[in-house]
Design a binder for this molecule. Structure first.
Ligand code: TYC
Length: 108
């Protein structure tokens, strides 16, 4: 008389511990924000937006004014690595010119 081989219980348990995903996950994206302050010149902020965020002059001036009036604005959404690079570039550029401009990132 023959019996089918019983699979070890461990194999089944392992499957129960792994939650199946319905779809492949996309990596999270990060908002990069500029914060207002009372000292950084408006023209410097416009230059930052043109140089590091690829905006034309009118677009950059408009976003700068939004930050000036509202306290902050999202200036772009990027992968974690690119967002970190943008923040570092802006903070280094501001420090080199002795302006207190702050740039931060936050998970979208
Ligand atoms: N508030 C600044 C001024 O009046 C201008 C400014 C705009 C500073 C945007 C920072 O992120 C900023 N000179």
């Amino acid at each position: 008389m023959t019996h089918p081989i019983t699979l070890s219980q461990d194999d089944d348990d392992t499957q129960l511990l792994v939650k199946p995903r319905a779809k492949t996950r996309r990596p999270p994206m990060y908002k990069v924000m500029l914060l207002n302050d009372d000292f950084t010149p408006m023209e410097f902020v416009v230059l930052v937006l043109e140089r590091f965020f690829g905006m034309d002059h009118m677009q950059a001036f408009d976003i700068m004014l939004t930050v000036h009036k509202k306290g902050m604005a999202v200036v772009g959404v990027f992968s974690h690595e690119v967002a970190e690079t943008k923040v570092t570039q802006v903070m280094d550029f501001a420090r080199r010119h002795q302006h207190p401009l702050q740039c931060t990132m936050e998970k979208e």
